[in-house]
Ligand binder design. Sequence first.
Ligand SMILES: *Cc1c(COP(=O)(O)O)cnc(C)c1O
Length: 379
Amino acid sequence: MVYVTDFRCFRCGRIHKPHEIERLPIPRCECGGPLDAEYDYRAIQKVILRDDFMRAKPTHWKYWAFMPVKDLSRIITMGEGGTPLLENKRLGENGRLLIKYEAANPTGSFKDRGSSLEITKALEFRKHRVALASTGNMGASVAAYAAYAGLECRVFIPDIAGKEKITQIKAYGSETVAVEGDYSVAIRQVEEYVISNSDSFLTGDYPWRSEGTKTVGFEIADQLYWHVPDYVVVPVGNGTLIWSIYEAFRELALVGITDRMPRIIGVQVEACAPVVHAWENKLDEIIPVRDPKTVATAIACGDPIDGLAALRAIRDSDGFALRVSDGEALAARDKLARNGIFVEPSGAVAYAGVMKKGLSGTVVVLATGHGLKDMVGLG
Ligand SMILES: *Cc1c(COP(=O)(O)O)cnc(C)c1O
């Protein structure tokens, strides 16, 4: 059973059939734009609008109908998703503040949702190896799922990646390539690599990953008994997470399970805020930042792959974008930790945005990566 019908180019609108996309070493439109999956939403309605679905415990693969998978008996899963939506009264000021604690995933970040789908696809395409560029968390996640599935993994790592994260990647048996340069340079290198090594499957912020990442959004609505929160506050690196959350809420409204969109708020750090800059200046392009330096290494994406998609998620949902300093991110990290919720600096950036802005109503904040991954400034 597979309900995906087309992949539409985000930039030029061109429609591609799934088999056309599956042949490409780099799943992207001819014009260079990112691709977005579209589904047969009427068929999905039959699966979704049922009591057993509505009441089943939220887990990543509960939402399989919204993912482009051919054979459900062959999915690679390590129990990703189903993460808690924590409500700690001491963290909110006006209204209801809920923390989506993505650190509870198998490798400590939300990246496991996308990896589960990507590695499932790599096996479906009979690949033997996966390759990617990563500042750490995606590398660790793909390395784990590849190892679990018996695939080789090669990770191109830019110089900003933290030591603990590189150790985690190596622990799973991955090969690592140290890249001289920032994340954008690492992306160029891995894309060249998969073009000349056709047995390697490219993972990263391409369509499979964003389709898998949508389940964060589905779970948030599900955990609120299918009510839509007023705000969802998200850290923005490549922009894939914020775009996937937007897509999830859009699809839930399309199938008629919810009736509105939350306002989606994107938060970046001062040293790397190309999406915030575009939002503030009403631009329709993202101006890259070269070689960004910040404690929030997981969002140090100077030339974000899904930057325009992030911008659209913010604009179309009537949200906004804001930046916080490294100091504010660390203060937010410390406050969360003192209330029992431990995240790495990038994982505290969204909460830092809420501390700065003070939102009312029901606010869901993404806490994206585990505190044990990067303990800068502690102890
Ligand atoms: C990847 C990551 C992000 C940013 O997600 P994007 O999809 O790149 O925008 C934020 N926080 C953590 C901990 C991450 O690992």
